[in-house]
Design a protein around this ligand. Structure first.
Ligand SMILES: [Zn+2]
Length: 340
């Protein structure tokens, strides 16, 4: 059967991606609803272009409750000038804008998890339409794609930039070179537990240099992790030859990044119990196989023993469940192995 041609995206950008200079505008997506019959979702976008050269596509708040990327990119959009750029920078600080406005991981409009909605559909839900626009219109413009995540309300991470093991080893090497350039305190060879529908996968399948991050979490951001995001974005733009700044004060920190690996699904610990979590290790601390990572205490009555969750390999605690109460099925800990 011949593939059915997709309809054009209903998204209309109010900026011209081919014009030199700085433009602040919107990706406007029609969204008809009770309080606005001919209304739209207005996703803020900034384009900074100076002649020919590579294009970087920078996004934050793919999940609406992750804030380092949004803070760093609203800041970059406000301050970046065209004379400091060779090529083009496209900045979307809050990619899933309805979710960002609501402070939630998924969209309040359709419950869409944008990072499980790729490649998207031009005739789908609002979230699927956003995904489709990135897949078919914005990703093809880009050479370098950086999507800045954090843990959101339910997870917290040691700050790292990451890329994936890819079938194309040349592309993989370029992705890890960009991760190294980001120079977060940690750099991760990342294993996804659920890669279907991810923006990462859509970008990688188009052959792009793709960098993601996990910079903190808990549904907030800290001064330290925001500084890491701001510095990392500039470091990667400089690495790509797009940002022409010299060694200004916002550059790469002196200390080296530590490389972490996620060699197998043994990195992840999932709760099989519900209750009150007692973390037994803090983020960034070393753990050995068999060490106690957390206890989950039953809360229905007193006198019951907690369930114990132990590390399945040696490494450091790279991520943890954030809220104090846990449900069966929640990811409670991720151990990253330390590269020697
Ligand atoms: Zn995320």
């Amino acid at each position: 059967m011949a593939p059915v041609a997709l309809a054009p995206s209903p998204m209309t950008p109010t900026v011209d991606f081919d014009r030199d200079g700085v433009q602040h505008g919107f990706l406007r997506l029609p969204y008809s609803r009770d309080d606005s019959a001919w209304g739209s979702v207005m996703i803020p976008v900034t384009v900074v272009r100076n002649g020919s050269g590579p294009t970087a596509l920078l996004t934050g708040a793919n999940h609406g409750d992750e804030y380092e990327g949004a803070v760093a990119l609203f800041d970059l959009a406000r301050t970046l000038t065209a004379d400091r750029v060779a090529g083009r920078v496209i900045i979307v600080p809050a990619m899933n804008y309805p979710a960002f406005q609501a402070g939630t991981r998924t969209s309040p409009i359709d419950k869409g998890n944008l990072n499980r909605s790729f490649p998207g559909r031009p005739d789908g839900t609002v979230t699927q339409k956003i995904a489709d626009y990135f897949t078919r219109e914005l990703l093809p413009l880009a050479d370098l794609v950086m999507d800045i995540h954090s843990g959101g309300r339910t997870l917290d991470f040691v700050p790292f930039a990451a890329a994936h093991i890819l079938p194309d080893k040349d592309q993989e090497a370029r992705c890890f070179a960009a991760v190294a350039a980001f120079a977060a305190p940690f750099s991760m060879r990342m294993l996804e537990i659920d890669a279907v529908g991810m923006y990462d996968t859509a970008a990688e399948e188009q052959g792009k240099v793709f960098v993601t991050t996990e910079l903190g979490g808990g549904g907030t951001a800290r001064a330290e992790t925001i500084a890491i995001a701001k510095r990392g974005v500039r470091n990667v733009l400089r690495h790509a030859g797009i940002l022409k700044d010299g060694a200004s004060g916002d550059g790469r920190p002196a200390e080296a990044s530590r490389w972490l690996d996620m060699p197998s699904a043994d990195c992840f610990r999932f709760a099989e119990d519900s209750g009150l979590i007692e973390p037994c290790v803090d983020l960034g601390q070393p753990v050995r196989k068999g060490d106690l990572l957390a206890r989950i205490h039953p809360i229905g009555r007193t006198g019951l023993a907690p369930a114990e969750y132990r590390a399945a390999l040696d490494g450091i605690l790279a991520a943890r469940h954030f809220p104090g109460l846990v449900k069966a099925g929640d990811c409670i800990a991720v151990v990253g192995t330390v590269e020697s």
